[in-house]
Design a protein around this ligand. Structure first.
Ligand code: NAP
Length: 247
């Protein structure tokens, strides 16, 4: 229970990887703000699971792409728990298409949620961390942000941007004992990958040395490692959790 007494915000934690991260941090003793936009019932279920682990879990509806909502979310965590130690920027979306067919609004939306959303949350959350001289910021990027992928230019740009954001903020706040890292999942079994065609899945699997999709809990365990004292001398890094896909 190395996160006893710590408080975490996990964006987009009503389902998928975010849900697993929220539960992994709670298992280590942290109290959690579960953030969502649409899935209130799912978010409540996650908060109930957190409470069943003996921790406090609150839900908060906020679209991370809107700065005011990110500010309100951080204020809610501070009001409810009196502190904020860990921010996990996990909320993310895809709007895949080949470049000539990407609509302007789909470019803007993906960049707004995946990249500006992380910026909004970091900007709001870093204040209490700077004051406390302790903090952990973990941004969920993707192997696609490192290697690119046809049909995912908007998503790849947002996830590559997240890596630049991670490194810059890591350099900016390192002297205050705040670490900032990125975790880059490969092909993880969630709603996001559910919609892929059997043919695409087959092709993707052929490129994974471990020969299978990852589970969300296999990403969450790495985030939990970075969130604790175990990750105290790791900052500005991109940790691949991809079954060897992106070697
Ligand atoms: P998912 O199952 O589609 O879940 C996305 C989560 O983000 C949901 O909780 C959703 O909440 C929330 N969300 C969406 N838009 C939001 C917004 N504007 N503000 C706040 N929350 C928002 O996705 P996932 O597969 O777990 O992916 C989680 C993260 O891992 C994403 O950043 C994704 O890019 C990254 N990733 C995933 C994979 C993979 O293979 N699955 C691989 C690499 C990276 P609502 O339902 O309430 O809207």
């Amino acid at each position: 229970m190395y996160l006893n007494g710590k408080v975490a915000i996990v964006t987009g934690s009503s389902r998928g990887i975010g849900r697993s991260i929220a539960l992994a941090l709670a298992q280590q003793g942290a109290d959690i703000l579960v953030n969502y936009t649409k899935g209130e019932t799912e978010a409540k279920a996650v908060a109930n699971e957190i409470e069943a682990l003996g921790r406090k879990g609150i839900i908060f509806k906020a679209d991370v792409s809107i700065a005011e909502e990110a500010v309100n979310m951080v204020a809610a965590a501070m009001e409810h728990f009196g502190r904020l130690d860990i921010l996990v920027n996990n909320a993310g979306i895809t709007r895949d298409n080949l470049i000539p067919r990407i609509k302007d609004e789909d470019w803007d939306l993906v960049l707004s949620v995946n990249l500006k959303g992380a910026f909004n949350c970091i900007k709001a959350a870093v204040r209490p961390m700077l004051k406390a001289r302790w903090g952990r910021i973990i941004n969920i990027t993707s192997v696609i942000g490192v290697f690119g992928n046809p049909g995912q230019a908007n998503y790849a740009a947002s996830k590559a941007g997240l890596i630049g954001l991670t490194k810059s903020v890591a350099k900016e706040v390192g002297s205050r004992n705040i670490t900032v890292n990125a975790v880059a999942p490969g092909f993880i079994s969630t709603d996001m990958t559910e919609g892929l065609s059997e043919e695409t899945k087959k092709k993707l699997l052929a490129g994974i040395p471990l020969g299978r999709l990852g589970g969300p809990e296999e990403v969450a365990s790495v985030v939990a490692f970075l969130a604790g004292e175990s990750g105290s001398y790791i900052t500005g890094q991109v940790i691949m959790v991809d079954g060897g896909m992106a070697m």
